[in-house]
Design a protein around this ligand. Structure first.
Ligand SMILES: Nc1nc2c(ncn2[C@@H]2O[C@H](COP(=O)(O)OP(=O)(O)OP(=O)(O)O)[C@@H](O)[C@H]2O)c(=O)[nH]1
Ligand SMILES: [Mg+2]
Length: 241
């Protein structure tokens, strides 16, 4: 087993000072938690990075069910992939928004492909460059065979922004299933977190492709990570052999 891989038994991740009692973590069975834990404790390898639309056409057809991590710049996409897989440096993270500038693919245990997307809404990248990332991400999200779910990440400190609504509408129109994941829960007071969760949940109404459960996470404390592993594990290919 790789160093740093998740080996602890699944917990709900909400410690004593974690989420308040009135919004319990989603109801996940112990079997699903254990299956998710085992999957994400498996090997995870960088496969390739795709930097522009021309390269998209060279992308091999999706042989595995695929999960994409999308959201505004700096929301914590790369950190979440690292937290899910229990590796600190698998996906490159940064304090500087715009760190992930291509679509990076990771093969998880030969059962699931994880795709780390560049963020949108990064004001400081040259306009043409940011537009290029956006087109790349959109082309990928609309047309990727094998894409089973998009984790659409929302910073729990800020909630859903106009650019997120645009992404949700685009995914609704393309009928691509997406799940809202609140990030950086450790940075928000429990009462504010509850309010953000409730507001986010209510904003899902009318969004036809959205998964009903809004998952609260912290890549810093591990809150909600076991539950997200369980939810995504249900989409993985069967273990071979
Ligand atoms: N406190 C806290 N900080 C976090 C969490 N997740 C990410 N961060 C921090 O937020 C910053 C951005 O994280 P990244 O994972 O690089 O964000 P990203 O969405 O991949 O960013 P781009 O690739 O630029 O779009 C880093 O400084 C992370 O350490 C979290 O759960 N809690
Ligand atoms: Mg990133």
């Amino acid at each position: 087993m790789m160093e740093g891989a998740p080996t602890d038994p699944p917990t709900h991740g909400f410690g004593a000072e974690g989420a308040p009692a009135h919004f319990p973590p989603p109801d996940v069975s112990d079997e699903a938690l254990e299956a998710g834990r085992i999957l994400f404790a498996g090997p995870c390898d960088f496969v390739l990075g795709v930097a522009d639309i021309a390269q998209m056409d060279l992308l091999p057809a999706a042989a595995l069910p695929e999960i994409a991590f999308a959201g505004r710049s700096n929301v914590g996409k790369s950190s979440l992939i690292n937290a899910l897989t229990g590796r600190k440096t698998l996906a490159r993270t940064s304090n500087t928004p715009g760190r992930t500038q291509q679509i990076n693919f990771f093969n998880l245990a030969g059962r699931l492909m994880l795709a780390d997307l560049p963020g949108y809404g990064y004001a400081r990248a040259p306009r043409a460059v940011a537009a290029g990332w956006r087109r790349l991400a959109q082309k990928y999200l609309r047309g990727r065979p094998g894409l089973r779910r998009v984790c659409l990440l929302i910073d729990a400190r800020h909630g859903i922004k106009e650019s997120d609504i645009e992404s949700m509408k685009m995914l609704d129109a393309a009928a691509v299933s997406y799940q809202i994941v609140l990030t950086k829960a450790d940075k928000v007071k429990p009462a504010d977190l509850a309010a953000c969760h409730q507001k986010t949940q209510s904003l899902l109404r009318g969004h036809t492709a959205s998964y009903p459960v809004v998952q609260i996470t912290s890549s810093e404390t591990g809150a909600g990570i076991a539950e997200l592993r369980a939810a995504l594990g249900e989409l993985a290919a069967e273990k071979r052999g």
